[in-house]
Ligand binder design. Sequence first.
Ligand code: SF4
Length: 338
Amino acid sequence: MSNPILHIDNLHCEYGARARDRICAINGLSLRLFPGETVALVGEEGSGRTTLARAVLQLLRPAGGRLVCDGQDLLQLGGASRREARKGIQWVPGCARETFDPAWSLRRSLHEPLLASATGSTEPVGDRIAEAADLAALPPDTLDRLPGQLDDATLGHAALARALVPRPRLIVCDEPGVGLDDDAANALSRVLASVIRTRFVACLLLTADFSMAARIADRIGVLYLGHLIEIGPAGGVWEWPLHPYTASLVSALDRVRKLPGPPRPSVTLSGGLPPGGKIPPGCLLFPRCPKAEPERCAKEIPVLRKLGFAQRAACHYAVPPVDPDDPPDDGPSQGPPT
Ligand code: SF4
């Protein structure tokens, strides 16, 4: 297996200056992303998705742990080496329009990351921009237009092109396609997935849209109160969610539209996230979980343990999925009927 492009190891991120006000937004998260792989992290507002994106993009300093990108420990680098390493990580925002200067043509906006990264390459800038536009399925005739002359779908592709111009190793994608109609969002997702696979880039996809994560990610991780509570191959997590929290997210989607895949049990949580992000003792989900066993769940913290093929969940009572194509063993054959 190749080396990971991104290795997040036991990451902790906190907010709040005083110890008694401190909120832990990411708590002991570990994750590896390999070349050509998309890992989606899903969860409600307040799950820690945005904090994680900010930490990977080095917009905030984690309180502990390691962030290694392409073999370099980003938290140990300073000054020029940190800026150099940062060039390999690019961001694709959800609301693309807000991130383009309305007075600049797309060509000028796409040129900007090259100026910022000062690659020293002798390759013509026009070729780099044309290559990125082509990869992102951005029509060449849009490059000399202003953002105000283009629709949101085109600007979504332009934001992807802008991220690709510096030829990054890692793309952090925040709610791609948010606000677009289904066709436009699906088209953008397909282009993104194709770029990741063909260019051997890694993609960390942060989204509240579980169905989109299932469509384009290779693996899905589920965040709750800054903890990774389930992770596995996208098809497994989507079709056989093992953690009650994951099951509740899929159930909520099942209730509003008929989704592909086998029928899944309906799971509804009680209440909302604890106020102020306060972490309860025992299992994080205990106050909301319909499957909780108070004796154990209120006291004992469940660990993220392997339950199925490469699928892990942090629940005392989660059991491995049953493959419907793998019939139960009925014991020794009785021989052909007579
Ligand atoms: S450990 Fe208990 S409270 Fe936590 S998710 Fe599992 S059943 Fe629910």
